[in-house]
Design a protein around this ligand. Structure first.
Ligand SMILES: Cc1ncc(COP(=O)(O)O)c(C=O)c1O
Length: 663
């Protein structure tokens, strides 16, 4: 696929004529959104493009005063990481339809992942070639005459302009989004994109667009806005909505994601909404792939059902999917094999592309195998999708983009004009160069010479194919880490104890008791394992505290004690407490303490395995606490323990399976 040759102007998504227009959703906007007008200043920018125009108007510093003559970087080849297979291979016995048939899992993942062999279709280069870096250079000034959507230089990237994004990057992303990521958006004309300073920024702007701030002193309760979300939610969102006076409205979820129909479901919450609690929510937030923190992937079927309810109750869907490409087809099979289940539960099902109905392939086997975005069923144009480079390139890029119907992107543009204006030009130009590569060689030679020694780029740019290959490789790496951590967790989830028989007739028999310490599903995507700790099976559960005034040893106390214990030697691991992700106080008090979130992305490969083993050993040991005094000692020495933990962290000895700064 050649990314550079075609620009946004030449591209139209799908069979536009037969599709309905997206609905006008202005009635859902915040009051301020309707008052926003285009920046006078920004309107002027188009005149700067007139060839030969003398600019005495704009407050734009001249490029000769930019202290950067070039930006140069060494980058990876897209083939650096080894992919994993796109599907779980299952072979049933005779009948295809018999649900109870024994399914044999063909374990190709091991065969590929644990050998140095790279599937030939992925790379012809030797492994050393795959890991060798290439070089990119952003010149100060590219030659005149190139389409602004093609040329990448510091003169444009470091200047004001491009609220929707740096033109070459935005055009690349727009085309990639419409052709490859979401080739089947069902409304006329397809979606638009605007670059953001990451998904956190994308969500902030989306809230600004749709939500009027609510003040308990000033405003009536019936106007209080609410955000529909799963019982457990990415914690940062709660911090984002709180200052707006918005409440998180819990919708029940199961191991397949948010529940559309039935008690506690989305439909139930909306249908039986009580106005004395606030305005009926007009916005939903969800992470549909590799949900943070639960690791769930929402199936196509569920997506359609949830969309149907949102459409009926006129709800905006905010789909925040930083982990979209990290779907793990092997998880269900490996989980079944590890637990002798015989048959995988909740396997990822690749979508069917109905070409007869005008649906299109992305052109990539990998992308076609992924469960598609809510955008693929967005007939109304009510989906606002947040993407980010944080997990595909690096969090410090602070770069992402929003995809939605054009009217929503237009309002987001107005909002952007008055706050961030545009993401950093340094980042946008470096990412553009990585993806698009240099201009054709002959023209580049004419690039204005800089004072620094000219360094020639060696990378031709990743283009669409390279970017997809990079995502595939990342998926493979994370999938392997996930499989390793889950296998280790499975091995240590029970405690076996040998006891003395109660009845004398059994005296010759050894009695083994088996206690389950925790349970979890192997995540079907993302970076996290969501573990339910069985504190109710701890020997000290509901024991009286040493000081009767302190009450009993309950779940929250055991949860805090476990966290502390794990940060002590020799375990030295950090985990995230489930309370951090509880949608509200009720969830926090009733259930949040029973969960922990483990991240298999933050540590190196070796540490990932080591930390998982230390974690399991620590949990096993914690379940051997028999006397309340042991727990009391641990709690009373918590300040010493915290100091030790800080020292271990500074010395690089603390394994981080938990909090990953803001994530
Ligand atoms: C669900 C979710 N959304 C957003 C973010 C933050 O994204 P960004 O770095 O693009 O702001 C994270 C980070 O972990 C996340 O898990």
């Amino acid at each position: 696929m050649d990314a550079r040759s075609s620009t946004s102007a030449g591209f139209a998504a799908g069979t536009a004529d037969t599709k309905p227009s997206p609905r006008d959703l202005q009635h859902l906007y915040a009051e301020a959104t309707n008052l926003r007008v285009a920046s006078e200043m920004k309107k002027y920018y188009k005149f700067f493009q007139i060839p030969g125009i003398g600019n005495l108007a704009g407050g734009l510093p001249h490029l000769q005063f930019f202290p950067y003559d070039t930006l140069e970087a060494k980058i990876a080849k897209p083939e650096r990481w080894t992919p994993s297979p796109n599907k779980l291979e299952v072979v049933d016995s005779d009948s295809e339809d018999d649900e109870d048939d024994l399914v044999r899992i063909v374990d190709r993942v091991d065969a590929i992942n644990f050998s140095s062999k790279v599937p030939t279709s992925y790379s012809a280069s030797a492994p050393s070639d795959r890991t060798a870096p290439e070089r990119i250079v952003v010149p100060k000034l590219a030659p005149q005459g190139f389409d602004p959507e093609q040329k990448i230089d510091l003169a444009t990237a470091l200047q004001y302009g491009g609220t929707e994004g740096y033109p070459p990057l935005r055009a690349w992303i727009r085309k990639f989004t419409r052709e490859c990521l979401h080739p089947n958006v069902p409304y006329e004309g397809g979606p638009e994109v605007i670059m953001t300073v990451g998904s956190t920024d994308g969500l902030w702007k989306t809230l600004e667009l749709f939500v009027d701030d609510w003040n308990p002193v000033r405003d009536d309760i019936s106007t209080r806005p609410g955000l529909l979300c799963e019982t457990f939610i990415y914690g940062n969102v709660l911090s984002q909505i709180a200052p707006k006076g918005m409440q998180a409205v819990e919708v029940q979820a199961d191991s397949r994601g948010m529940i559309p129909y039935g008690p506690g479901s989305l439909e139930d919450v909306l249908d039986n909404w009580d106005l004395s609690k606030g305005r009926r929510p007009h916005m939903m937030y969800t992470v549909t792939i590799g949900h943070n923190p639960t690791g769930v992937v929402l199936s196509v079927e569920r997506r359609k059902q949830i969309y149907e309810v949102c459409s009926r109750f006129d709800v905006i869907i905010v789909e925040d999917d930083p982990y979209w490409y990290m779907q793990f087809p092997s998880a269900a099979g490996k989980e079944a094999a590890s637990r002798n289940l015989g048959k995988p539960k909740n396997p990822l099902v690749a979508p069917t592309i109905n070409q007869a109905a005008g649906q299109r392939s992305s052109g990539s086997e990998f992308l076609d195998s992924l469960v598609p975005s809510f955008l693929s069923v967005d007939v109304d144009g009510r989906v606002v999708r947040l993407d980010t480079f944080s997990k595909t390139v690096a969090p410090g890029c602070r770069l992402g983009y929003v995809t939605a119907q054009p009217a929503i992107i237009e309002r987001l543009t107005r909002i952007t004009e008055t706050c961030t204006q545009q993401p950093s030009g340094f980042v946008q130009s470096l990412i553009s160069e990585l993806l698009m590569g240099p201009l054709p060689a002959a023209s580049s030679e004419k690039a204005v010479a800089t004072k620094s020694k000219q360094v020639e780029p060696s990378s031709a740019g990743w283009q669409f194919d390279g970017w997809i290959r990079w995502l595939e490789g990342l998926r493979g790496e994370y999938e392997r880490r996930m499989n390793i951590m889950c296998s280790i967790l499975d091995e240590g989830s029970f405690q076996l104890k040998q006891g003395t028989p109660v009845r004398s007739v059994d005296a010759d028999w050894g009695v083994i008791t088996k206690t389950q310490l925790y349970s979890f599903d192997w995540p079907r995507g993302g970076m996290f394992i969501w573990v339910r700790m069985h504190f109710e099976a701890h020997p000290l559960w509901y024991a009286r505290r040493a000081n009767p005034a302190d009450g009993i040893v309950d779940g929250p106390l055991l949860a805090t004690s476990l966290m502390l214990f794990l940060t002590t030697k020799p375990y030295l691991v950090l985990i995230s407490p489930g309370t951090m992700f509880s949608a509200n106080e009720n969830v926090r008090l009733k259930r949040g303490w029973a969960y922990v979130r483990l991240c298999f992305a933050a540590e190196s490969d070796e540490n990932n395995e080591d930390c998982s083993k230390r974690l399991v050993a620590g949990i096993q040991k914690f379940w051997k606490f028999k006397r309340v005094e042991e727990l009391e000692d641990l709690l009373s020495s918590s300040s010493v323990a915290m100091e030790e933990a800080a020292e271990a962290r500074d010395a690089g000895l603390m394994g981080n399976l938990g909090v990953w700064q803001g994530c």
